[in-house]
Design a protein around this ligand. Structure first.
Ligand code: ADP
Length: 404
C-alpha cells in the first residue's frame, strides 16, 4: 500500500532541539554510515522502530547495496536478522514512492513474524539514490504522521547521500585526471628524451655521409664519438623503461649471491671516474667488511645511478660513498654537497618520471632512475631513503639487511 502524506500533520512534533541535532549530524558526518550511526539514537525517542536499513543504488551496476543496517530493540534477536526489507527496498527504488507494508497474518502471535515495514525513497531531483527501510515488529503500526516524520528524515539523508556521491565522483575524476597527467608527462618526457639523441645520431651520420664534403680524421672522430655517446644514451633510456615496466609488474628476478661490497663500490667508482676525469670521489668504509647477499649487477646499477645523479645534479661537489655496519645489515650512503632537494619535492623524488622542475634543463634524464633504485633495494628487503637540505646537499642512504 502507498500512503498519501499531504493531508497529515507532523506528530511527534519536530522541535528545535531535534532539528538542530539532525542538521548538525548531517553537516558534520564524514560519510553516510557514520551519520546513520549518530542519527539512530537521536531518532528513536521520536520514532520507534526495531530495524533500520539504508540501501544505496550502486551508480555502476545499479544494484542495491546495503550502506547501513542496524537492529535495535526487539529487532536484535537472531530471528529478526532475516527481516531487512530487501524486496521492499527494490520496490521503493523502482516506484520512487513510499511503501508501507503491514503484516499479512493478523492472528500470528509471535510479533517477530508480524513486521510493519516502511520504505521511503531517497530522492535527489529526478534521481533515486536509494531507499531507507524502517521495520517495527508487532504493533503499533506506523501512523501517517510517523510516515511524514520519516519522510522529513529521508529528505535530510538524501542531501548527505548526494554529497557523498559527489565527493566519490570527484575523487574518481581526480584520479582519472592525475593518471591522464602522468601519461601526458610520460609521453612528453619520453618523446623529448628519444628525440634528442636521435637528432644527434641522424644529424652527424648524415653529415658524415655527405659526398660533397671532406672531413679530416679529427672531425670524423669527433662526430663518431657523439654518435656513440648518443646511442649509449638511447640504450640507457630503453633499458630504464624496460626495467621500470618489469619492476612495476613484479617480473624482475634477482640473482642473489655472496657479494663483496668494497670491491663492488670500487668497480663502480673506477667506471664513473673514467667518464668524469676531474670528479673527486671519497670512499669511507670500515677496515673489515663481511660479505653480503645481493644481486651484484642490480646493486651496482643502483650505486651507479646514485653516483651519476650526484655528479649530474651537484656539479663541482665531491661525491662521498660511505659504508657502515649497522645492526642487522649495512648502510651505503651516496653523499653530495650540492644544491640539495627542496622539502616539497622529497616525497616525490622516488616516483616514476618525477624530475625536479628547475633541474630539467640542467641535465638529461627521464625520472626513472630513482624509481628503479628504490624497487631494486626493496627487492633486497632493504630501504632507500633521502636526507637533503637546500644549500647543503643530499644523502641517499641504502640499508641492506644481512639476510635479504
Ligand atoms: P633522472 O636523473 O633521469 O632525471 P632520477 O630518477 O635518477 O631521474 O632522479 C629524479 C630527479 O631527482 C632528478 O631529475 C633530479 O631532479 C633529482 N635528483 C636526483 N638526485 C639528485 C641529487 N643528488 N641532487 C639533487 N637532485 C637530485
Amino acid at each position: 500500500m502507498t500512503t498519501n502524506s499531504a493531508q497529515v500533520t507532523i506528530f511527534p512534533p519536530i522541535d528545535i532541539a531535534f532539528l538542530y541535532k539532525v542538521n548538525k549530524i548531517i553537516g558534520e558526518s564524514k560519510d553516510v554510515h557514520s551519520a546513520m550511526d549518530a542519527l539512530v539514537p537521536v531518532i528513536r525517542p521520536y520514532f520507534i522502530f526495531d530495524n533500520v536499513v539504508l540501501f544505496l543504488v550502486d551508480p555502476l551496476t545499479l544494484n542495491l547495496e546495503v550502506a547501513f543496517a542496524k537492529a535495535t530493540g526487539r529487532g536484535r534477536s537472531a530471528e529478526a536478522d532475516v527481516a531487512w526489507g530487501e524486496i521492499i527496498g527494490s520496490q521503493v527504488v523502482e516506484t520512487r514512492r513510499v511503501i508501507l507494508q503491514e503484516p499479512v497474518d493478523s492472528i500470528e502471535t509471535d510479533r517477530l513474524r508480524r513486521p510493519h515495514t516502511l520504505g521511503l525513497p531517497l530522492l535527489e531531483k529526478s534521481e533515486v539514490l536509494g531507499a531507507i527501510i524502517f521495520i517495527r515488529f508487532g504493533s503499533p503500526p506506523f501512523t501517517p504522521d510517523q510516515t511524514v516524520f520519516a519522510e522529513f528524515l529521508t529528505d535530510h539523508l538524501a542531501v548527505l547521500v548526494a554529497r557523498d556521491k559527489l565527493i566519490k565522483e570527484n575523487s574518481r575524476l581526480e584520479f582519472q585526471y592525475r593518471t591522464f597527467q602522468v601519461q601526458e608527462d610520460f609521453i612528453s618526457t619520453l618523446s623529448h628524451e628519444l628525440r634528442t639523441p636521435l637528432g644527434y645520431i641522424k644529424g652527424y651520420s648524415t653529415t658524415l655521409l655527405r659526398t660533397d664534403a671532406n672531413w679530416d680524421d679529427k672531425a670524423r672522430q669527433e662526430f663518431l664519438t657523439i654518435i656513440d655517446q648518443e646511442t649509449d644514451r638511447l640504450e640507457d633510456l630503453l633499458n630504464n623503461l624496460l626495467d621500470s615496466a618489469k619492476l612495476q609488474s613484479g617480473m624482475i628476478m634477482m640473482d642473489f649471491q655472496v657479494v663483496r661490497l668494497d670491491a663492488l663500490v670500487k668497480d663502480v667508482i673506477i667506471r664513473a671516474q673514467l667518464h668524469n676525469q676531474d670528479q673527486v670521489f671519497q670512499i669511507e668504509m670500515p677496515d673489515t667488511l663481511g660479505p653480503i647477499h645481493a644481486d651484484p649487477g642490480r646493486l651496482a646499477q643502483v650505486l651507479e645511478n646514485l653516483v651519476n645523479n650526484a655528479i649530474k645534479y651537484a656539479p663541482g661537489s665531491p661525491v662521498i660513498i660511505r659504508i657502515s655496519v649497522v645492526p642487522d645489515g649495512i648502510t651505503l650512503e651516496v653523499i653530495d654537497k650540492g644544491a640539495g632537494i627542496p622539502e616539497k619535492y622529497q616525497s616525490k623524488i622516488f616516483d616514476r618520471f618525477f624530475r625536479i622542475p628547475d633541474q630539467i634543463s640542467v641535465a638529461h634524464g627521464s625520472g626513472l632512475g630513482l624509481f628503479i633504485c628504490k624497487q631494486i633495494v626493496q627487492a633486497h628487503g632493504g630501504k632507500l631513503q633521502l636526507t637533503s637540505r637546500v644549500g647543503e646537499g643530499s644523502s641517499f642512504r641504502i640499508f641492506l639487511p644481512t639476510q635479504p
